[in-house]
Design a protein around this ligand. Structure first.
Ligand code: ADP
Ligand code: MG
Length: 635
């Protein structure tokens, strides 16, 4: 049997391949074709130029297209007109024994109406350059709303050529359920970003050695104040609900301490360092491989042998003493052709080390800002929504449904969705309005006060949180007007009005603070009392930060409540409050050292150093999986 046959290709393709004179599949073809034929999946394939990528996606594409259906089923995007024509030609060759398949090339510099006419005649496959494709979409000359397959060929080249926005816009015009196949010689950050944004759990294949100067690892740093290091780590974990990471610390003591803190705060973490016995280390590694641990906190020495695929993030909680060590650390991710991110949490005094590392790894770092509470909220909510969507129903539930329906039957679908998601959202908002952002930036932007990032750096202004928003029919202008009138202030006295759905932020100069608090807290809006508070995101005002706050946990902490790692908000909460009770936000119901990954919504609030957990009401009151058996604590 010929090797192409073994890949699962059908008769007409085998015949065409014979005509082409291909004797054996190339490596990328051998790897990609069976996977793509077998099921509908997203795929990222990295292989050097000239390795036969066109056939790697072309053969399965031709085989999967329904020739009897004349609707457009596939879109191939390619960077240039030449490539576009070349691919079209290849695809025509591949499909020459398959009756009824039409491939149309769409590219700039030729008549758009003629191309549109060809498509109208029935083109199952369109091969296009992004610019012309966008053009055609804008003019309504093409419909890609129902395609099944989208191929991004030579993705790195397309992005090099500045087609990022076009690609994003074209992809948003395609259905979510399609399969996306990304082929590229290299994996620069922009390509990884596209993959992250538009693909779901892509299969990843890499062929040959990676092109030098490129890598499957992207490097990011986050500048924070030293005291915010730990908080930053938690937020990064919260912003990446699927994180599977190795967190590097410099000393055994720090390693142990950070792991313990994370566990206390409800994360599935464990420490790996030389003070553990061999048996302990084996146990930790087994849990990590089994993914019962999401964050493995390790010393460089202990992590040396770690060879675990699918690590999504390496986190440099502290930079190593020897910057060469950085390479060893970041090499724990981006393995086996998978994409990975190496993150450095860095303080101002360490910034120059970043440049030194850049020289060593011959790659640039991207400076990022720690996600704000609101951003984490968005991420977690989407994660929650997806989790709900993907949850398989155990029919045991049927027994309980009558009672549940009894309670909920009067709610419309829309109301029900809103309420379900608000179960988490409300808590978060309650937390967020009392919390501050911890971002800082390496440039002197903050000092200069220009280009201010959202919700911090207000140059002495006071930022407020108010519980009215777009739900109350405000946009930023109308809210500004409303505040101006209610408070009898001038137009410029209210600024940075930022309206969210159920709440908003705005700023005033400090001299108006008393008035704002007095007046606004005593007015009603359509019968509802307005609540205004000074936001902790008050820019320069980090004085209120009190990480040593020793409020005790008011509630009992029940261990290992929900298996971690799915949905639910967790611990984006710190101990920055300097008093007052804290409700809402992310909280923790769990503190097992290795809760299992699958299962209910997880949530965890940070505990303060005295062991108190600023916890919100228990998750099981709302969304948790209290019906599940609790797992015994491991520690
Ligand atoms: P790339 O993936 O870099 O775009 P192409 O798909 O354009 O590479 O293929 C490069 C060349 O190799 C083309 O001329 C193509 O016809 C040829 N080719 C592809 N697959 C095979 C094969 N299995 N055997 C022989 N030649 C092949
Ligand atoms: Mg190619």
């Amino acid at each position: 049997m010929n090797k192409f046959e073994q890949l699962g290709l059908n008769e007409s393709l085998l015949k065409a391949i014979l005509d082409l004179g291909f004797e054996n599949p190339s490596e990328v073809q051998e790897k990609a074709i069976p996977l793509l034929l077998e099921k509908d999946t997203d795929m990222v394939a990295l292989a050097q130029t000239g390795t036969g990528k066109t056939a790697a996606f072309g053969f399965p594409l031709i085989q999967k297209i329904d020739a009897d259906n004349r609707n457009t089923q596939a879109l191939v995007l390619s960077p240039t007109r030449e490539l576009c024509l070349q691919i079209t030609n290849e695809l025509k060759n591949y499909s020459k024994y398959e009756k009824g398949i039409n491939v149309v090339a769409v590219y700039g510099g030729a008549s758009i109406t003629e191309q549109a006419r060809e498509i109208k005649r029935g083109a199952q496959i369109i091969v296009a350059t992004p610019g012309r494709m966008q053009d055609m979409i804008n003019r309504g000359l093409v419909n890609i709303k129902n395609i099944d397959y989208c191929v991004l060929d030579e993705a790195d080249e397309m992005l090099n050529m500045g087609f990022y926005d076009d690609i994003v816009s074209i992809l948003s015009d395609t259905p979510d359920e399609k399969s996306t196949w990304l082929f590229s010689a290299t994996m620069p950050q922009e390509v990884a970003r596209i993959a992250k944004q538009f693909m779901s759990e892509p299969l990843e294949i890499t062929v040959g050695t990676k092109n030098s100067g490129s890598s499957t690892v992207s490097h990011e740093f986050y500048l924070v104040n030293a005291r915010d290091r730990y908080e930053a780590l938690k937020r990064l974990a919260d912003a990446n609900p699927d994180i599977f990471s190795v967190v590097f610390c410099r000393t055994k003591r720090d390693t142990q301490a950070i792991a313990e803190k994370l566990i206390e705060d409800g994360y599935s973490a464990a420490a790996l360092h030389g003070d553990l016995s061999q048996a302990q280390r084996d146990g930790v590694m087994k849990s990590f491989r089994g993914r019962q641990i999401q964050m493995l906190v390790a010393t460089d020495v202990a992590a040396r042998g770690i060879d675990v695929d699918n690590v999504t993030h390496v986190v440099n909680y502290q930079l190593p003493d020897e910057i060469e060590t950085y390479n060893h650390r970041s090499g724990r991710t981006g393995r086996a052709g998978k994409l990975g991110t190496s993150i450095v949490i860095v303080t101002k005094s360490e910034l120059r080390k970043i440049s030194s590392i850049e020289r060593i790894i011959k790659q640039k770092f991207e400076e990022k800002t720690i996600p704000s509470g609101i951003e984490i909220c968005e991420i977690q909510l989407l994660h929650l929504a997806n989790k709900i969507k993907d949850t398989e129903v155990d029919h045991e539930i049927d027994n309980y449904l009558p009672a549940i329906n009894n309670v909920l039957e009067d709610l419309s679908k829309e109301e029900l969705i809103k309420k379900m998601v608000s179960v988490e959202f409300n808590r978060f908002i309650a937390y967020y309005k009392k919390n501050r952002d911890i971002s800082t930036q390496s440039s002197d932007r903050r000092e200069r006060g220009d280009s201010e990032p959202r919700e911090f750096n207000n140059n002495g202004a006071v930022r407020y949180f108010v519980n009215i928003g777009s739900r109350d029919n405000f946009d930023w202008m109308s809210l500004k007007d409303y505040l101006k009138e209610t408070l009898d202030l001038g137009r410029d006295d209210i600024f940075k009005v930022d309206v969210k759905e159920g709440f908003s932020f705005f700023n005033t100069d400090p001299q108006h603070t008393d008035k704002v608090m007095d007046v606004l807290n005593n007015v009603q809006l359509e019968g509802r009392r307005i609540n205004v508070e000074i936001s902790k995101n008050d820019g320069g005002g980090r004085r209120d930060h009190n990480n040593r706050g020793g409020r005790r946990d008011s509630g009992r902490r029940e261990g290992n409540f929900a298996p971690r790692r799915e949905g639910g908000f967790r611990s984006d909460r710190n101990s920055s409050r300097d008093g007052g009770s804290r409700e809402g936000g992310f909280r923790s119901d769990r503190n097992s050292s290795a809760p299992r990954r699958e299962g209910g919504f997880r949530s965890s609030a940070p505990r303060n150093e005295n062991g108190g957990s600023d916890r919100a009401p228990r998750r099981s009151e709302s969304f948790g999986d209290s019906s599940r058996p609790r797992r015994p604590r491991r520690d």
